[in-house]
Ligand binder design. Structure first.
Ligand code: ATP
Length: 256
């Protein structure tokens, strides 16, 4: 069985069926893209996979366990982490501390250990600092560890968000428009980093992205949504030559 199995997943908000009959199978180590015009249901699908929305139909199986309807805390502990479309960093906190926030689901010391600054607390903190610095180094921002998050340029803030998500040791990383707002150089650099993350950490990555060069350049498998329904699925070449996909993008009124 694949790491993530999504079967007939759907959700409706009142009369609006935002996602319908979604099927996806994602193996460990795969780079998978979820694309489609604005309002197609991509972020809604992420919200169901991460427990923020409860599906009205279908089953999500992760690592052999049915996680349908479980809450975000449970799903994060199970090994799914995500970033958001809009940057959600703690601006006044240091870059290092922002990464450590991502480790909260792995903290093993008690509040009392923290207050008393016990050896257990100090050892764990040292381990977390080292791990956070290693992650920042992967993204080439290790030298900015002590800066406030808000002092980083935009492209590096997006990288910091990915670092924070990785800090929870996920088996599956969901990236919601990681290249949004980036210039072509930053986007190119991010493509290489995302590939490196997959290779070095051996995790599966599912990403939503409007930048077609980015998606077609790194994803091995792609599902295309339009009005909540899957209109195409396959490798980048198959999907980009699909007449329904071409029509959906050319006919849309968005920026794609
Ligand atoms: N909580 C909600 N309540 C009501 N409708 C919602 C809710 N969340 C999403 N929707 C609707 O579901 C549809 C899909 O939205 P969604 O944000 O998933 O699209 P998207 O493909 O991620 O679009 P974009 O590319 O613009 O981010 C939209 O019509 C949206 O208005």
């Amino acid at each position: 069985m694949a790491l993530l199995e999504v079967k007939n997943l759907g959700i409706s908000f009142g009369g609006l069926q935002a996602v319908q009959g979604l099927n996806m199978s994602i193996e460990s180590g795969h780079l998978y893209g979820l694309i489609g015009p604005n309002g197609a249901g991509k972020t809604t699908a992420f919200n169901m996979l991460t427990g923020m929305y409860t599906p009205t139909e279908g089953i999500i199986t992760f690592d052999g366990v049915n996680i349908t309807g479980k809450g975000p805390e449970y799903i994060s502990k199970a090994g799914i982490a995500r970033t958001f479309q809009n940057i959600r960093l703690f601006n006044a906190m240091s870059v290092l501390d922002n990464v450590k926030v991502g480790m909260h689901n792995r903290v093993t010391y008690s509040m009392l250990d923290g207050v008393l600054r016990t050896k257990k607390y100090r050892d764990k903190e040292a381990e977390m600092n080292e791990k956070a610095r290693r992650l920042l180094d992967v993204f080439g921002i290790g030298d900015k560890a002590d800066y406030a998050a808000s002092q980083l340029p935009y492209g590096q803030q997006r990288k910091l968000e990915i670092c924070r998500a990785l800090a929870s040791d996920p088996k599956l990383l969901l990236l919601d428009e990681p290249a949004a707002g980036m210039n072509p150089n930053e986007t190119q650099e991010l493509m290489e980093t995302v590939r490196k993350v997959r290779d070095d950490f051996g995790i599966a990555i599912l990403l939503i992205e409007h930048d077609m060069k980015f998606v077609m350049g790194i994803c091995e498998e792609i599902t295309v949504l339009e009005y909540g329904k899957t209109i195409a699925h396959g490798d980048p070449q198959t999907v980009s030559n699909d007449p329904e996909v071409i029509a959906a993008y050319l006919g849309g009124d968005d920026e794609d």
